[in-house]
Design a protein around this ligand. Structure first.
Ligand SMILES: C[S@@+](CC[C@H](N)C(=O)[O-])C[C@H]1O[C@@H](n2cnc3c(N)ncnc32)[C@H](O)[C@@H]1O
Length: 396
C-alpha cells in the first residue's frame, strides 16, 4: 500500500531553533575517506549496492570512480526506494522552495548525518557557481534576461520562505540550490510526482556523452517498492570516473534512453540554473543555438550583442571569483552557439536558394526542349499533310 511505501521512508522533522540561528548548513567534520566509509556503510545498511564505485577528486571536482572493471549493461549502483529521502510537498508540487524547506528540516535528523556530511556547503564551488548567489553586477554579466528574471524570482521566493519560517535567506537559497542540483523527479504509480534525494546517485558528475542510464524498477507485487539503478551503457575500467548525462542526451533523439522524468536535452540556461555550470559540448552548443535563434529569444540576442567574445576572453584571462567566471563563460558560450547557428542557417538558406535556382533553370530548359519538340512535331505533321495533298492532287 502507499502507506507502507511511505512508512519506509525518512520522516521529516519540524524546523528547530538551530535553523533560525542560521547555522543550518552541513559542516564537514571528518576526512573525505572517513566520510565515504561512513556513508557507504550507511547506504549498505539501507539496502543500497555501491561497492563498484568510490568517491574521489578528479580534475579538481568530487565525483565517483570505478573500484573494478564494469561490463556494459551491468548495474553500477542500486539504491532502493527505502534508502531515498522524500522531500516532496504535495501542497504544491511545482514550488521548489517547499522541497528546500523539507531538506532543511531533514538536516536535523541524526540518522541522516552520513549523507548530510557529504552535501556541498554554502561556500563550496558547487553552490558559489549558482546564479542565486551572484552579486547584482555578476547577475547582469550573464546578459541573458531569461536567466536573470528567473533567478530574481527564485531569490524572492527564498526570501519570502525564509521570512515565513524564521530562517536565514542564505540557508533557504542553499537548500533550493542543493535540491536543484541533487534531487530527482519521479512519477510513482501510487503517489504521483515525487521529489527524492537519492544518496549516492547524486554523486555522479555530468557528461553529455555518457551512455550510462538511470532506470527505475517498480515492484507493485503486494506493496509498492522500487529500485533506482545506474546501468553501464559502455564498459568502464577500474579507476575511471563514471559520469551520467543530466537531462536528455543532446546526441540522441530519444533523450538518454533511461527513465528520467522530462528527458529532454537541456540548454545552458537550464544547466546554469539547475547545476551552476556551462556544458560546452557540441551537442549542447547545438541545442543552445536552436534556442537562441528562435523569435522569442530576441531580447537575449540583443543583450548578448552588447559585448564581444574577445572582450569576454580578456575578462576571463584575469583572476575572478568563481561566480563572475561562470557568468562570463555562460555569456561567451551563448555568443559562440548563436553565431554558429546563424552561420549554419545562412549556409542552409544559401544552399536552398542555389538548389531552387538550379531547379528553375532545369525546369526552363525542359520547357524549352518540350516546346522545340512540339514545334518539330507540328512541322513534320504539316509536311506530311502537304505531301498527302500533293499526292491526291496528282491522282486526280
Ligand atoms: C549531482 S552533483 C554531482 C556530485 C558533486 N560533484 C559533489 O561533489 O557532490 C551535481 C553538481 O556537481 C557539479 N558538476 C557535475 N558535473 C559537472 C560538470 N560536468 N562540470 C562542472 N560541474 C559539474 C556541479 O556543481 C553540479 O551542480
Amino acid at each position: 500500500s502507499p502507506g507502507r511505501a511511505r512508512a519506509r521512508w525518512v520522516k521529516v522533522a519540524q524546523p528547530t531553533r538551530r535553523h533560525a540561528a542560521g547555522d543550518d548548513m552541513p559542516i564537514p567534520s571528518s576526512s573525505k575517506e572517513d566520510q565515504w566509509e561512513l556513508f557507504s556503510e550507511w547506504m549498505r545498511a539501507r539496502g543500497a549496492k555501491m561497492e563498484k564505485v568510490k568517491i574521489a577528486d578528479v580534475n579538481g571536482m568530487r565525483g565517483l570512480v570505478a573500484t573494478q572493471d564494469i561490463a556494459e549493461n551491468e548495474s553500477i549502483v542500486e539504491v532502493p526506494l527505502g534508502a531515498s529521502i522524500d522531500i516532496s510537498d504535495p501542497t504544491n508540487e511545482k514550488d521548489p522552495s517547499l522541497n528546500a524547506l523539507a531538506l532543511l528540516r531533514l538536516l536535523e535528523d541524526p540518522d541522516l548525518a552520513p549523507y548530510v556530511e557529504l552535501l556541498p556547503g554554502r561556500d563550496s564551488p558547487d553552490i558559489l557557481r549558482m546564479p542565486d548567489f551572484y552579486s547584482e553586477e555578476e547577475l547582469q554579466m550573464l546578459q541573458c534576461p531569461e536567466v536573470i528574471q528567473k533567478t530574481l524570482r527564485r531569490r524572492e521566493l527564498c526570501a519570502r520562505r525564509a521570512q515565513e519560517s524564521s530562517l536565514q535567506e542564505g540557508s533557504v537559497k542553499w537548500a533550493l540550490c542543493t535540491v536543484a542540483q541533487r534531487a530527482f523527479s519521479l512519477v510513482s504509480p501510487i503517489d504521483g510526482l515525487l521529489r527524492l534525494m537519492l544518496p549516492g546517485i547524486d554523486l555522479f558528475n555530468h557528461d553529455a556523452h555518457a551512455l550510462h542510464t538511470m532506470k527505475v524498477r517498480w515492484n507493485l507485487d503486494g506493496y509498492v517498492d522500487a529500485v533506482f539503478k545506474v546501468i553501464a551503457g559502455s564498459p568502464i575500467k577500474k579507476g575511471e570516473e563514471v559520469r551520467i548525462c543530466y537531462g536528455g542526451s543532446p546526441f540522441r533523439p530519444d533523450g538518454c534512453g533511461g527513465d528520467c522524468v522530462g528527458d529532454l536535452a537541456l540548454t545552458n540556461a537550464q544547466y546554469l540554473m539547475r547545476y551552476g555550470f556551462v556544458d560546452g559540448c557540441m551537442g549542447t552548443t547545438m541545442v543552445d543555438g536552436k534556442w537562441l535563434v528562435k523569435d522569442e529569444s530576441e531580447s537575449i540576442r540583443e543583450s548578448l550583442a552588447k559585448t564581444t567574445v574577445q572582450e569576454d576572453d580578456e575578462l576571463l584571462s584575469s583572476s575572478l571569483p568563481l561566480s563572475a567566471q561562470t557568468a562570463l563563460e555562460f555569456r561567451r558560450h551563448l555568443k559562440v552557439a548563436l553565431k554558429a547557428q546563424q552561420e549554419a542557417d545562412a549556409l542552409a538558406a544559401k544552399a536552398e536558394a542555389a538548389k531552387s535556382e538550379e531547379q528553375k533553370r532545369a525546369e526552363a530548359e525542359a520547357k524549352e526542349q518540350a516546346e522545340k519538340e512540339a514545334e518539330l512535331k507540328e512541322a513534320n505533321a504539316a509536311e506530311a499533310r502537304k505531301q498527302l495533298l500533293e499526292a491526291l492532287e496528282e491522282k486526280s
